[in-house]
Design a protein around this ligand. Structure first.
Ligand code: GDP
Length: 473
């Protein structure tokens, strides 16, 4: 690899290494310092790529105000299982596909765009639920502008509804409540509204400022009103992007297609992606060979908030990876290599991440960290409430404990996802983490602490919080 980059023969490089006393073969990795010596010996210039260099290449563009134009909002649907997330997404998509257009069939690429009767465009992410939402967020891609919280009117607020609320709040994304299944005889939309009050979601009808719309994914009732509400919320958010710059986007999903090679659905966030553009995406790079829209049609370019399938990758990226267009293939290769290398090192150092101690250490470096985020899972509702209440009493004006999410039952992957995205430890009281949650926590370095005495839990958090406090003065 090194020989290749220097355009030298591999045998010569190996020979030099042997002269230095290193008995290596062609495919053996060598450390950076040795590589530097070799490069100098061959009379080449050493360029060490760092995070800052990568940033420079990628963010060298500054948007001028006059270049910014309004972009469509990106919407994620969340809510409890069986409350109608999938049905709602399908109903919205079907209601807006022009009859006769490709037989009314849309392509599933992980996201789609619709137009309201007033001509406003809206982009929906097609993966409902907060698992996708948090995993994207933990990879640094916050693509969602608006969360639609689906609550079934015959079931009201359920555990995953609360989780969804907490995910949206943690990400500071505004919510619109879709009270679904109002066609059901036992529908009680007002129960949904009062239930939500307990979770500090105050909808308009309760004199709050969260938009709420009654809908039925089955009969289609209220769908247009829902779309109008989204358009209204988007106007308030005043979302802008510069279509004239090099594209940046986030991978919504990606897979290796037997016929087409690696394919990624990318949601363009700013700029315009065109055929022939050279890009880097996570640890991969490529050159756009073809772009395919959500109708399955080939397009030449895609602007802000447009989801497109991108062909021409040299490898399969991961959902949440960020795509950036760069000038040259050399740059793309270099950044992708650098990232691959950095990721390997990170993985090697994994196991060390968000522990209470590290949060405190981080606080010492960063004076702005005055919140200690935690997640609480307990065996019964009573314990959860007691712990949350105790947590709220810890701290003072400068430092406080923020319970991102609390719930009853085992610690799940979804908890770990939220914990990772927010850099929080998970406190389990008389509950354990299930196997997949344990694995994920290990991989991502999320700390899980188990307790069977509330006093011990409170004590640990107090100690961490006072650590934060003393770090500040
Ligand atoms: P998800 O798990 O939240 O994605 O929920 P689904 O979309 O799979 O819906 C769960 C069940 O509720 C399915 O049997 C749907 O047919 C039904 N359902 C969804 N929306 C409505 C609705 O507005 N009215 C009625 N009556 N049933 C609905």
């Amino acid at each position: 690899e090194l020989a290749n980059r220097m355009a030298e023969r591999a045998v010569d490089v190996v020979k030099s290494l042997m002269n230095m006393g290193m008995m290596v073969t062609q495919n053996q990795p060598i450390d950076a310092d040795t590589a530097e010596l070799i490069i100098e010996e061959f009379g080449h210039k050493v360029v060490r790529v760092s995070d800052a260099d990568v940033e420079d290449v990628i963010t060298s563009v500054e948007d001028k105000d006059e270049e910014l134009v309004t972009r469509p909002p990106v919407i994620t649907v969340m809510g409890h299982v069986d409350h109608g997330k999938t049905s709602l997404l399908d109903a919205i998509r079907k209601s807006k596909v022009v009859a006769g257009e490709a037989g009314g069939i849309t392509q599933h690429i992980g996201a789609y765009q619709v137009e309201t009767d007033d001509g406003a465009k809206l982009t929906f992410l097609d993966t409902p639920g907060h698992a996708a939402f948090t995993s994207m967020r933990s990879r640094g891609a916050q693509v969602t502008d608006i969360v639609i919280l689906v609550v079934a009117a015959d079931d009201a607020v359920m555990p995953q509804t609360i989780e969804a609320i907490n995910h949206a709040k943690a990400a500071k994304v505004p919510m619109i409540v879709a009270i679904n299944k109002i066609d059901r005889p036992d529908a009680d939309p007002d129960k949904v509204r009062t239930d939500l009050l307990q979770h500090e979601v105050i909808v308009e009808k309760m004199s709050g400022d969260v938009l709420d719309v009654e809908v039925s994914a089955i009969t289609g009732e209220g769908l247009d009103t829902l779309l109008e509400s989204i358009a209204l919320q988007a106007e308030i958010l005043d979302l802008k992007a510069n279509p004239k710059r090099q594209a940046q986007g986030a991978v919504i999903e990606a897979q290796l297609d037997i016929g087409r090679g690696p394919v990624a659905t990318v949601l363009i966030q700013t700029g315009t992606l065109r055929k022939g553009d050279i890009f880097v995406v996570g640890e991969q790079w490529g050159k756009v060979r073809a772009l395919i829209d959500d109708r399955g049609e080939r397009v030449d370019e895609a602007g802000p908030s447009v989801p497109v399938e991108v062909l021409g990758l040299n490898g399969t990226p991961e959902a949440g990876d960020v795509l950036n267009v760069v000038e040259t293939e050399g740059q793309a290769r270099e950044i992708a290599d650098y990232r691959e290398h950095a990721a390997k090192e990170r993985r090697a150092a994994a196991g060390a991440a968000t522990t209470l101690e590290q949060l405190m250490a981080k606080a010492k470096d960063d004076v702005n960290v005055s919140e200690l985020p935690i997640l609480v899972k307990a065996d019964v509702q009573g314990s959860t409430e007691a712990i949350v209440q105790a947590m709220e009493k810890i701290g003072n004006d400068e430092v406080r404990v923020r319970v991102l999410h609390s719930g009853v039952g085992a610690i799940t992957e979804s908890d770990i996802g939220l914990a990772e995205a927010s850099g929080a430890p998970v406190m389990g009281f008389n509950v354990r983490a299930n196997a997949s949650a344990r694995n994920t926590a290990n991989q991502k370095g999320v700390e899980i602490r188990y307790y069977s005495v509330i006093y011990d839990l409170v004590d640990d958090v107090k100690a961490a919080a006072s650590g934060l406090l003393s770090a500040e003065v």
